[in-house]
Design a protein around this ligand. Structure first.
Ligand SMILES: [Zn+2]
Length: 290
């Protein structure tokens, strides 16, 4: 079966959760059915930076409604299809298309090439991930703000002009429903860049309180949030854009988000520092009304 010659059209950046689509290719791999479509509302997990996981939902065709059990970024050279970690090239490499790979259970029915299908994402789960992802970015800015006084040298600033601790130290980020967990490495290289780690453990309650007070102020400002796209396809650049009292912040981001901070009642963080491992973990929780 011929593979798509173009990158998938993605509908999730503007918050879309369902759409009709044409099936471009169907293949059976291991015990799974892989379905590629011309467009999709499903956010796939990206193994390059797997912060936000796959959407949940169903694929409906010919009287069947089948759960999409996983959704992953893949790439094809027109002949082979490589999924997730197996993708051997970078985005933009000539001759390759990056696609959203929908996985169905192997034993069930499968749609046919050329068939018109309906893709629908579970909306409440999506909303919880969007809330978690928006909270994650805002919390990172609040952490940068709370750690400003610990920098002894000047480093690259974030969108609000504060030293960008988040960008310089982050090693992992996991978006969870209504929250996020971010891991930061505080080691020799960060100290060399001018980050003062002396007394960090003792200062943690104060830093946490400072971050949470920024977050309360920002949530109260009810600023708009949007994902701006440079184009409609999977590999096009996308940015999270948030209006805060101090200014408009832009962060490159492939995920999904709320439309406004007015959709949450609280964003708060908890910090844990493992001094011997040199790891700071920030857990963010987002409270939505109702
Ligand atoms: Zn993001």
């Amino acid at each position: 079966m011929p593979m798509p010659a173009n990158d998938s059209l993605v509908r999730y950046p503007d918050g879309t959760t369902s759409c009709r689509a044409t099936v471009l290719a169907v293949t059976v791999s291991d015990d799974r059915i892989i379905v590629l479509t011309d467009q999709t509302p499903f956010h796939p997990i990206d193994p390059r930076w797997p912060d936000q996981g796959a959407d949940r939902g169903v694929l409906t065709f010919g009287g069947h409604s089948v759960p999409v059990i996983d959704c992953v970024v893949g790439a094809t050279d027109g002949i082979g299809l490589f999924v997730g970690d197996a993708v051997p090239v970078r985005r933009g490499d000539p001759g390759w298309s990056f696609v959203v790979v929908h996985m169905l259970a192997g034993a069930g029915p499968s749609p046919e090439e050329g068939e018109l299908v309906e893709l629908a994402v579970e909306t409440e789960y999506r909303l919880q991930l969007s809330a978690g992802h928006t909270g994650c970015h805002v919390a990172a800015l609040a952490l940068n703000s709370a750690l400003t006084g610990r920098w002894r040298k000047s480093v690259a600033p974030d969108g609000l002009g504060r030293p960008n601790f988040d960008q310089l130290a982050i090693v992992s980020s996991k978006i969870i429903p209504n929250g996020a967990v971010d891991g930061y490495r505080i080691g020799k290289s960060l100290r060399k860049r001018g980050f003062d780690v002396v007394g960090l453990s003792a200062a943690l309650p104060e830093i946490t309180a400072a971050a949470n007070s920024e977050l309360a102020r920002w949530v109260a400002s009810a600023g708009t949030v949007e994902v701006q796209v440079s184009g409609p396809r999977l590999t096009d650049l996308r940015e999270w854009v948030c209006l805060l009292p101090e200014g408009t912040v832009r962060i490159p981001c492939g995920g999904t988000h709320l439309r406004s901070l007015a959709e949450v009642t609280e964003i708060s963080v908890n910090l844990v520092f493992d001094e011997s491992a040199g790891e700071l973990v920030m857990s963010t929780s987002v409270t939505r009304p109702g």
